[in-house]
Write a protein that binds this ligand. Structure first.
Ligand code: SME
Length: 162
């Protein structure tokens, strides 16, 4: 199997459709959550511009623990009442933050981060798996198209675990 991934082209929804197809190809036939998180982090980090961190935190029953990622070394554990990641896990709602400096309790793992998108990962049985976290050095980097496209990739990740 080759992973020579084609560059994305067209409108944002078209680009995300291509990225989702690439993600599904990577996930195909594999259920291991670490392996899939590692490959998805690498795929997304390489495919999308203006990102300085892409990765996963897994819920251990108490707090979030860092999983596979691309970017600078990050905080290892995040309580659910802390940070953008904690808010996404606690509320089970995607957090799209245009200016992380204006977000109460934001945790700066990389001082370059200015905007952030965190998608909660909730299994079909309702169990919290963790979060998928993306950081950008550019303020307001993440649009509604980005949110929708990356939520679809997070859903594909969860489907692969099932
Ligand atoms: N900024 C996140 C912490 C994780 S790092 O960005 C990798 C937060 O506030 O939850």
């Amino acid at each position: 199997m080759s992973f020579a991934l084609e560059p994305l082209t067209g409108s944002p929804p078209e680009r995300y459709a291509q990225l989702l197809a690439q993600a599904r190809a990577l996930l195909h036939g594999e259920r291991d959550r670490i392996a899939n998180a590692a490959n998805l982090s690498a795929l997304v980090y390489r495919a999308l511009p203006d990102l300085n961190w892409v990765g996963f935190y897994f819920y251990d029953g108490t707090e979030l623990v860092v999983g596979p990622f691309q970017g600078l070394p990050a905080c290892v554990r995040i309580p659910l009442d802390k940070g953008v990641c904690g808010a996404a896990a606690r509320t089970r709602q995607t957090q799209r933050v245009d200016d992380v400096h204006a977000f109460p309790g934001h945790i700066a793992c990389d001082a370059a981060s200015r905007s952030e998108l965190v998608i909660p990962l909730v299994a079909a049985d309702g169990a919290l798996v963790g979060v998928f976290d993306l950081d950008s050095p550019r303020p307001a980097r993440f649009s509604a198209d980005d949110q929708q496209g990356l939520e679809a990739i997070a859903a594909a990740y969860l489907e692969a675990l099932a």
